[in-house]
Design a binder for this molecule. Structure first.
Ligand code: PMP
Length: 430
C-alpha cells in the first residue's frame, strides 16, 4: 500500500501542529506507524490522499451513522449555506431540532445546543452544581467525557476519595472535586457517596462505555446508580455523546429503560457538523441562563448550517426505525463472524458488542472495567490494527476505542470485514 503522500503531509504537519494532529488519537501513537491523511469519503468507504480505499469502522468516531456524504444531509447543508453561515440569533431550525430531540429522547424536557461533546459535559456539570449547590462529582475510571478540566482525572486503584490531575494543567482544586469509582462497581459508588454526604452534585457516566473500548453495564448497575442518586439528591448525568441516537432512537437510556436527570449528546446529533447538546428535566434546565443563574453561552451555538445537518439526520432516524434493526443485524453478524473465526483458530480474545458498537480486546478475560480493559495485549492490538488496515479496513487506532458501524455497510462489506479479521488474526498469531 502506497501511503507516501500521507507520510509527507504528516512530516509537514508536525512543523505547525502539535504532534501533527488536531486530536491526539489520530496520530497512531498507540499502534505505531504514521497516520493516513483523508481526502474524501462516501457511503461505507473512506479514501486517503494516495487514493487508497478503506471500509469505514470509525465513521468520524460515531456521527456518520448513515454512511458518509449522505445525499439528504448534503442537500440540507447546501440549501442552508444559501442563507449565510451564522447569525448569532435565534432561528426556526433551533426550535424544530429542540422539539425533535425532546420527542426522541425520553428524559429530555428542555435542551441547549452547544458545539461539541466537551462543551455539553462541562455545561451539564455546571448546571448540576448550580442546581444542587454542591461542588463534587463522581465519574468512572476509563470513562471519557471530553477534555474539560473536571474530567481529566484518572483514578488510582479502587475507589479513591480525591482525584489527582491526570493532565498537567488541571489544578489540584478542580481535581479534588472529581471523585472516581471503578465502572460496574456499585458498592464503590455507595462508599464514595457515604464518605461525601451532601457534597456530591452529580454522577456522570457513559451508560455503555466506548472510551475504554466497548464495555457494557452489568445488569442492575444503571438501576443501582439511579437509586443512589435518588436517595442522595445527586444529579444523574448520562453521557450519551456516543450512544445517543445509536443504541436506539432514544439512546442507551431508552434501550436500558433508565431515566437520567440530564443527558449529554454530541456526534450523531450534528450529522458530522460540530454540535453537542445537554438537556433533561425542565426543573434543572431552567437554571440555565437566561432562564436561570447558571451561565453558558456560545457565539456559534445553534449554528444554522450545523442545525440543518443535525435536524436532517435526526429526522431521518426518527422516521426510519428500520435503521436500528439494520444496525443490530450488522453488529450481530459481525460479532458472530468474529466469534466463529476465533473458535476455528482456537483463539479466545474477548469481543464486547452491543448493536453497532464493538471492541475486540486482546485478552481472554471478561472486560467489564478499566483494569480489565488495560489487561489487553496492546502490542498485539497494534499488529492487528495494521493487519486490518493493510486489508483495507479503517479502524480506530487504539485498543481503547469502540468501532462504529453505519447503515452503508452491506452484507458484502460485513463479510469482507469478517474475512479480513480472520486473516489478520492468523497473521498476528503466527
Ligand atoms: N463524551 C463522550 C462519551 C465521548 O465519547 C466524547 C468524544 N469521543 C466526548 C464526551 C467529547 O466530545 P467532543 O470530542 O465532541 O468534545
Amino acid at each position: 500500500m502506497n501511503t507516501s503522500t500521507s507520510q509527507q503531509l504528516f512530516e509537514k504537519a508536525q512543523n505547525y501542529i502539535p504532534g501533527g494532529v488536531n486530536s491526539p488519537v489520530r496520530a497512531f501513537r498507540a499502534v505505531g506507524g504514521n497516520p493516513i491523511f483523508i481526502k474524501s469519503a462516501k457511503g461505507p468507504y473512506i479514501y486517503d490522499e494516495d487514493g487508497n480505499e478503506y471500509i469505514e469502522l470509525i465513521n468520524s468516531w460515531g456521527p456518520m451513522i448513515l454512511g458518509h456524504a449522505h445525499e439528504l444531509i448534503q442537500k440540507a447543508v447546501s440549501d442552508a449555506i444559501q442563507h449565510s453561515f451564522s447569525f448569532g440569533a435565534p432561528t426556526r431550525r433551533e426550535v424544530e431540532i429542540a422539539e425533535l430531540i425532546v420527542s426522541m429522547v425520553p428524559s429530555i424536557e428542555k435542551v441547549r445546543m452547544v458545539n461539541s461533546g466537551t462543551e455539553a459535559t462541562m455545561s451539564a456539570i455546571r448546571v448540576a452544581r448550580g442546581y444542587t449547590g454542591r461542588d463534587k462529582i463522581i465519574k468512572f475510571e476509563g470513562c471519557y467525557h471530553g477534555h474539560g478540566d473536571s474530567f481529566l482525572i484518572a483514578a488510582g486503584s479502587g475507589a479513591v476519595t480525591f482525584g489527582t490531575p491526570d493532565s498537567p494543567g488541571v489544578t489540584k482544586g478542580v481535581a479534588n472535586d472529581t471523585l472516581t469509582a471503578p465502572y460496574n462497581d456499585l458498592e464503590a459508588v455507595q462508599q464514595l457517596v457515604d464518605a461525601n454526604k451532601g457534597q456530591i452534585a452529580a454522577l456522570i457516566l457513559e451508560p455503555v462505555v466506548g472510551n475504554m473500548g466497548c464495555v457494557l453495564p452489568k445488569e442492575g448497575f444503571l438501576e443501582g446508580l439511579r437509586r443512589i442518586c435518588d436517595e442522595e439528591g445527586i444529579v444523574l448525568i448520562l453521557d450519551e455523546v456516543m450512544t445517543g441516537f445509536r443504541l436506539s432512537k432514544g439512546g442507551a437510556q431508552e434501550r436500558f429503560g433508565i431515566t437520567p436527570d440530564l443527558t449529554t449528546l454530541g456526534k450523531i446529533i450534528g450529522g458530522g457538523m460540530p454540535v453537542g447538546a445537554y438537556g433533561g428535566k425542565a426543573e434543572i434546565m431552567n437554571y440555565v441562563s437566561p432562564a436561570g443563574p447558571v451561565y453558558q453561552a456560545g457565539t456559534l451555538s445553534g449554528n444554522p448550517i450545523a442545525m440543518a445537518a443535525g435536524y436532517t439526520m435526526l429526522t431521518y432516524l426518527n422516521e426510519h426505525p428500520e435503521v436500528y434493526t439494520q444496525l443490530e443485524n450488522a453488529g450481530n453478524k459481525l460479532a458472530n463472524g468474529f466469534r466463529a473465526s476465533m473458535e476455528k483458530l482456537g483463539l479466545n480474545y474477548t469481543l464486547n458488542q452491543i448493536g453497532s458498537m464493538y471492541t475486540l480486546f486482546f485478552t481472554p478475560d471478561a472486560v467489564t472495567d478499566f483494569p480489565s480493559a488495560k489487561s489487553s495485549d496492546l502490542p498485539l492490538f497494534g499488529k492487528y490494527f495494521h493487519a486490518m488496515l493493510n486489508r483495507g479496513i479503517y479502524m480506530g487506532p487504539s485498543q481503547f476505542e469502540a468501532m462504529f458501524l453505519s447503515i452503508a455497510l452491506t452484507d458484502a462489506h460485513l463479510e469482507r470485514i469478517i474475512a479480513a479479521n480472520e486473516e489478520a488474526l492468523i497473521e498476528i498469531t503466527a
